[in-house]
Design a protein. Structure first.
Length: 303
């Protein structure tokens, strides 16, 4: 067994199937299968269980994977040290942020980070994908109640949904005063493809759930904000979407006694546990965590 064989095993297990591993390694699937078989013959035990779609590591396979991943991480760290000798902080950070929170809240944070560390390349994706991290993404920010066990999750705090509408809409149509009145109001909110929208409402220990049919739906929260300000209906959005408009009085909130939730109430920073983190990635993680803590602290003081 050599380091190349271990690297192959790491790539197969990280990819989840032989075809994906072959694409990343730029070789044929047959080539990957052959070298895996040779590796299993050399150690005398099965290292992965193959199905038509996925491979799962055996206990021995997982142990070898962990050794291989450690070796790869040490090599990457050594290369980073050599490459940055005598230079300022450099590197690349791939970060995936939700379209709304990313644009409305995190944009200023990321611009500040870039100004502090001009040598770091920031590659920012605005998206709402909930799947596992991909090769080009080092850090993902997601609103998710239960993070995948396969990822490291660092809390960025709570997400508070509110029911709100423009002052002009409220004056003409009134605001819903009960949860049931929401069902007959023109609603502006995000949706889940292929599923009915479920709103969870908590009041103390009591929980209620409503099925809703919005009239304006988008994953892009800045667009939903425009719809609310235009008086098109009642918004069900995170408070940060209209925070400034509420402070100015342009938007009014209602049903404030309830804790509302559509996609969950926790914001998390996610990253892969076994992937090598460059100094740039580690620095970005801590920077974002500090910013989130400060933001939550300011909200607590203002409450």
């Amino acid at each position: 067994m050599d380091s190349h064989s271990l690297a192959l095993l790491v790539e197969i297990i990280d990819s989840g199937n032989l075809s994906q591993a072959a694409r990343k390694l730029k070789v044929s699937r047959a080539n990957v299968s052959y070298h895996l078989t040779q590796l299993e013959k050399s150690v005398g035990v099965q290292l992965v269980r193959r199905t038509t779609r996925r491979v799962e590591p055996t206990e021995v396979g997982m142990r070898l994977y962990e050794h291989g991943r450690s070796i790869q991480n040490e090599m990457l760290a050594a290369r980073e040290t050599i490459a940055t000798l005598g230079q300022g902080l450099q590197g690349r950070v791939g970060i995936s942020v939700p379209s709304g929170y990313g644009q409305i809240v995190m944009s200023d944070w990321l611009i500040e980070f870039k100004r502090l560390y001009p040598g770091i390349v920031l590659d920012v994706l605005f998206e709402n994908r909930a799947d596992n991290l991909r090769d080009e993404v080092d850090i993902a920010i997601r609103v998710i109640q239960e993070p995948p066990l396969s990822l490291v999750a660092r809390s960025l705090g709570t997400v508070r949904y509110i029911a709100c509408a423009s002052r002009a809409f409220a004056q003409e149509h009134g605001l819903p005063q009960t949860l049931l009145e929401l069902r007959s109001a023109p609603l502006i909110t995000a949706g889940v493809t292929g599923r009915q929208l479920r709103l969870s409402a908590y009041q103390g220990e009591e929980r209620q759930e409503l099925l809703l049919e919005p009239t304006l739906i988008s994953e892009h929260f800045p667009f939903l904000r425009q719809g609310i300000l235009a008086g098109l209906g009642v918004g069900l959005v995170p408070d940060y979407v209209v925070k400034d408009a509420i402070e100015s009085g342009e938007v009014l909130s209602t049903l404030d006694d309830y804790r509302l939730s559509i996609f969950g109430t926790r914001m998390h920073l996610l990253y892969m546990p076994n992937r090598h983190q460059t100094r740039a990635v580690r620095l970005c993680i801590e920077f974002l965590l500090d910013k989130a803590r400060a933001a939550q602290g300011e909200e607590g003081e203002g409450a």
